[in-house]
Structures are given as C-alpha cells and as structure tokens.
Write a protein that binds this ligand. Structure first.
Ligand code: WAQ
Ligand code: MG
Length: 263
C-alpha cells in the first residue's frame, strides 16, 4: 500500500461510502485511566483500505520514538459522502532561525499580527513547555489568554480529516516535503482548524523528540518555524486561539465531527 496517499478520490467522496479511521495510543493504560499519550493518527478512506490502514496505525503506535504503546484505540465510522467538505491547503511559508529563541520570537510576532494578545501567546507557549502530563490534544485559549475549555486539561482532539488523493500538495512543495508525514498531517489539521468557528490562530510543535520544526497559523498562513525546541525534548503540543464569545459547542462539533479533505 502506498501510505502516502489517501485512497479516496473526489468522485468516491461525493458518490461512494467513505470511513473515518482514527487511532490514539498511550502507555500505562488508556488515556481515560491516566495513561500517557503516545501517538495518534487520522485518515478518511474507502472500505477496501480500512484493514491496511488499521495495520499501519497499530505499527505506528508500537514503534513510536516515545516507546511502544500498551493501549491502542482504533475507531472506525462511516461518513455520509455528502457531508465531506473539501478545502484548499493553507498557504505555507518557511522560516529558519539560528536559535530557538529567534524562531519562537518570530512565531510570537506572527500570532500578534493575527490579533492575539501577547499574554495569550505567552500562556500558549507556557501550556506546551510546562505541561506536567503529556497533552493528547490542544489547549483552547481566547485572544486574551482565557482558557475556553477548562474541562479538557489534556486538550481537545481534531478528528475526521485527511489529505485528498488529488491534492495539489503532493507536488507543490518539492524537496521531499511531501514525504514528510509530520508536515503533511500538521497541514491537514491546521487547514481544517482554520475553517472552524471563531478560529484566530494556532501554535504547535511535535512531541517527537527528534522533530524540532513547529508552526504557527496566523492570518490564514501556515508558518513553518525551525527550531522550536531542542532535539531530545519529548514535550510538544498544540494551542488553538479562538475568539472570545465563540459558541464552543459549535466549535467542538466542527473539530470532531465535520469531515474535511484537504485538496
Ligand atoms: N487534535 C488536537 N491536538 C493534537 C492532535 C489532534 N488530532 N494530534 C496531536 N495533537 C497535539 C498533541 O498535544 C500532541 O502532543 C501535539 O499536538 C503534537 O502532536 O511543518 O507532528 O503529532 O514540519 O507530535 C509540526 C510540523 C509537526 C511542522 C507536529 O505533532 C512542519 C506534530 P504531533
Ligand atoms: Mg507525535
């Protein structure tokens, strides 16, 4: 199987049955019972491909750099084809800096230009840097830095998204970027999120100890920033910045339930 591509074409999406398949894994038991998050993955695929993707996700949870998971949850559900939304990928810009401080400083400036206060941005960095237990999802802050969903101390997860087989992304970036799973999955998530109700921006870097490139989304642009952390640091996370007053039930329904293919 070519794991690079979602096996869903535009025609199938509008005419045939597709499925959301998603995996989350943890160590020391399930997330609900206090286990530590190891990894997660998301695809939208045809029925013929489900078994192969399930196998790939299990492999991924068992071979993650953070160590093998002892809890793996795979959820599969059918999606009505007419519910699938297609979105253009966000514009991508690349910024490399000589130090973490400089890359982060630029990330802060870009988020400021997106209408987010310095307090909120600093709190966002703190939420990722100072997490006591690994985040398994994103922290949601308003533009002033207030926690919008305090009932989710480990974060909320975006689900039901993938890259469309015919996406322009496959050949737009050249230089091996299309083979970069971190980048591809992050751009898919960021694109879905950016179309959500009230969303102003996002801050992210990986929990993969070897992957030091992170990103911010502001004003509709996905800014890749290197380096956002030192090699060897197992802490990463996401912060979603959402306008104060946004209907958070509608926000949660969107990030969890609306299937989005990035084309
Ligand atoms: N929904 C919400 N938050 C999530 C999700 C999700 N589906 N998946 C991961 N997170 C949060 C969670 O807190 C993780 O610890 C954190 O994000 C990092 O997840 O252009 O690989 O999968 O090269 O490690 C950035 C790519 C890669 C930059 C980010 O994130 C680039 C990455 P990871
Ligand atoms: Mg990861």
């Amino acid at each position: 199987m070519d794991s690079k591509k979602a096996v869903c074409t535009w025609d199938m999406c509008v005419e045939g049955q597709v499925y959301s398949i998603r995996m989350r894994s943890a160590q020391g038991g399930s997330h609900e019972s206090g286990g530590l998050h190891v990894s997660g993955a998301e695809r939208i695929v045809t029925v013929e491909a489900l078994q192969a993707y399930a196998a790939e996700m299990i492999e991924r949870a068992l071979t993650h750099p953070k160590g093998p998971a002892d809890f793996i949850n795979i959820t599969i559900d059918a999606i009505p084809p007419e519910a699938v939304r297609c979105e253009e990928p966000l514009e991508v810009k690349r910024h490399e800096r000589s130090t973490i401080e400089r890359a982060r400083q630029l990330g802060m400036e870009l988020l400021r230009e997106g209408g987010i206060s310095l307090e909120a941005i600093q709190k966002g960095f703190q939420c990722i840097d100072e997490q006591v237990e690994p985040l398994s999802g994103a922290i949601v802050l308003d533009e002033a830095g207030h926690l919008l969903l305090p009932e989710y101390p480990r974060g909320v997860r975006v689900t039901r998204m993938d890259l469309h087989e015919d996406s322009s992304l496959w050949d737009r970036h050249g230089d091996g970027l299309s083979d970069n799973v971190h980048f591809r999955e992050a751009l898919v998530l960021a694109t879905k999120l950016a179309h959500g109700p009230g969303v102003l921006g996002e801050l992210c870097w990986s929990d993969d100890p070897a992957y030091t490139t992170g990103y911010v989304v502001a004003n509709g642009v996905y800014h890749r920033l290197s380096p956002m952390k030192d090699v060897g640091i197992p802490r990463g996370g996401r912060v979603f910045f959402v306008k104060a007053g946004t209907d958070m039930d509608a926000f949660m329904r969107y990030i969890r339930e609306v299937p989005v293919l990035v084309k």
